[in-house]
Design a protein around this ligand. Structure first.
Ligand code: CIR
Length: 254
């Protein structure tokens, strides 16, 4: 979570048609824009230089730049998103990655979304989900090894969009996770701060340097994190939550 750079993408008006598993109320464009602006400001306040890419109206979910690519300080990997409407986002983000990274690798086959990939100090976890299949996860493991890092394929609890919908790295030795994901034992060797009942969606929070970005709707987890001496910034994510997104999805960080 020591980052000095990030990539984000301005929401397009089409964001109101983003993918939503719940099929409930859709967000308003103005609402998403406001949440996105506050998010970029919070990243900057945490010490990150943010490269803001232009809106892409052809891809309603393109503001969730975390999914079509994976980045480390050592290099980037263009992924293959599991939702057919999102595959075109890969070619759109490629020029930005080539501007920032000497090494930009690709996935030869399968499907993998960046939202399924969690970086911990010891290893990188990639969760199998409705968006990430075994072929994609195995291809990811092979490519990340070329960047000098080790990755492990794990399961995502049923009904969870992405592995990171249910988990985030909080400190060097602690992750935040939903009860369902914590119960799988996948985080053996790490401390797990389990989300309080009713605040499961808070698990997709974002640690950036000494700051933790947390949704405004999750005061109990925000208090638990503040008690650990971390600087908490609360951000409204109620509009993007309507299209199944949280705080990690809106940036690539390194
Ligand atoms: C999707 O279903 O692909 C978007 N509506 C939400 C993506 C959220 N991304 C993420 O958690 N990394």
């Amino acid at each position: 979570f020591d980052f000095d750079s990030a990539i984000v993408r301005v929401p397009a008006p089409s964001v109101v048609n983003g993918l939503s598993a719940s099929g409930g109320e859709m967000p308003s464009y103005e609402g998403v824009l406001a949440e996105h602006r506050a998010y970029v400001a919070a990243l900057e306040a945490a010490g990150v230089v943010v490269d803001v890419l232009p809106a892409l109206d052809a891809y309603p979910d393109a503001i969730f730049v975390e999914d079509p690519a994976f980045v480390l300080p050592e290099g980037a990997i263009l992924l293959r998103p599991g939702a057919p409407t999102r595959m075109g986002e890969v070619a759109e983000i490629e020029p930005a990655l080539k501007r920032h990274f000497d090494e930009v690798l690709t996935l030869p086959d399968g499907f993998a979304d960046g939202g399924d990939i969690l970086i911990t100090p010891a290893e990188i976890l990639i969760g199998l989900s409705a968006r990430t299949d075994l072929a994609g996860a195995e291809a990811f493991v092979a490519q990340v090894e070329r960047l000098g890092r080790r990755a492990r394929i794990v399961d995502t609890p049923p009904g969870t969009l992405h592995f990171k919908t249910a988990s985030s790295l909080l400190t060097e030795d602690c992750v935040v996770a939903t009860p369902a994901l914590a119960a799988t034992g996948v985080f053996a060797g790490l401390d797990v701060l389990v989300t309080p009942e009713g605040e499961e969606a808070a698990a997709n929070l974002l640690r950036v340097n000494d700051t933790v970005l947390v949704g405004t709707a999750y005061p109990r987890i925000a208090d638990l994190i503040a008690e650990r001496g971390l600087n908490v910034i609360v951000l409204d994510v109620s509009e993007i939550a309507k299209i199944d997104a949280g705080l990690s999805c809106m940036s690539l960080r390194w």
